[in-house]
Write a new protein. Sequence first.
Length: 249
Amino acid sequence: MNQQAAINGHPQAHARQLTTSRPPNHEVVVVGKVHAAVTVVLVDTQPAIRHGVRSLLARAGGVAVVGEATTPADAVAEAAKHQPNVLVIDLRTGEPGDIQVIRQILQVAPETGVMVFSAIEDDKAVAAAIQAGARGYLTKSAGPDEIVRGIQAVAAGEVIVGRTIAGRFIASMRDSATQDNYPFPQLTSRERDVLELIAAGKSNLVIARELAFAPKTISNRVSVIFSKLGVADRSEAIVLARDAGLGHG
């Protein structure tokens, strides 16, 4: 067997020949490393959502959608089959049964980063998803750039949440750090935010706008706060809160 035949018959020898040979003009040839695309599985009951995200990722480049699913069972099956870098999943209700699918996905594809992409912004649902193993949580109000960056970050092993969610998480952490000194420990973190704004003299409508909640939601929370504080009306709540040092920030 001649030398050329040996090279043709052995790919590794061929590769060595290519890397050690130089072109006639003696210039060195440098072969760059090929970076594989981030692989993604999309899970959503709505075809329009899957199509929109798939089209967005195709335009962004560097990301390949390798599978799609509409049900939790299919999501687990697609994760096991493709072992994607990222699995993007919608949580329809945020209930424990929804959250459980995240654990099931990670059992069959432990290297996959799960990113929740949902209309649900409830803090408990976000916390439950992260505790179950999700590395990302974006709401469906996220912009195209945020979605792409989120998928890339999760693929790189980072944890990412949307801007509004992050803001609430930071506030919650601050509340936890000062919990022992807070004058009304019976209130939840969100109720404390509302009471602070009540003490500052702000109306329910303004509070709803600042905290990004519906006015009806704020009205219900105000009633709960009054009950927990044992006050009859807003004036009594303001006096009590200001005496405790709230509303002066």
